[in-house]
Write a protein that binds this ligand. Sequence first.
Ligand code: ADP
Ligand code: MG
Length: 141
Amino acid sequence: MTVYTTSNSDETATLGAKLAARMWGGEVICLTGELGSGKTTFVTGFIRHFLPNARVVSPTFTLVRQYAVNHAAIEHIYHLDLYRLKQRADVVHLGIEEYINSPEAIVLVEWPEKIQKFSSGKKIEISFAHAGDDQRAITVL
Ligand code: ADP
Ligand code: MG
């Protein structure tokens, strides 16, 4: 377990980019923490490691956004934001079973609590918490 403290949103995005550089494909990254704790900011940095000019907006209404990337092993990044989902759903109902454990994909999920238990060989859990003013405590399990 590693705990990082960031002091502004750029630092959180940079942390996302640093973690992105260590991915091999097939990872499912679960991002937990209250609204405004920095999850989407982190995802923006993560995606920009692969696509420097990407416009990353949280898929609050569409649930998922797909990014095609140019990388030897990774073809797509999927960013899910399940905040608005009324009930917990399983991966089949969400339509994500095709790529949730695909070796060519990375899946980043905000509000993973909304997905019913699923198995993943490469699950990474990251939690975000306010730590005063613009500080955020980011814990990578
Ligand atoms: P979430 O996706 O968890 O709801 P966002 O990343 O969308 O959170 O929003 C985080 C908000 O907090 C943004 O308005 C951002 O500018 C602000 N902020 C302030 N300090 C930080 C920090 N250290 N890390 C990330 N965001 C920060
Ligand atoms: Mg968000």
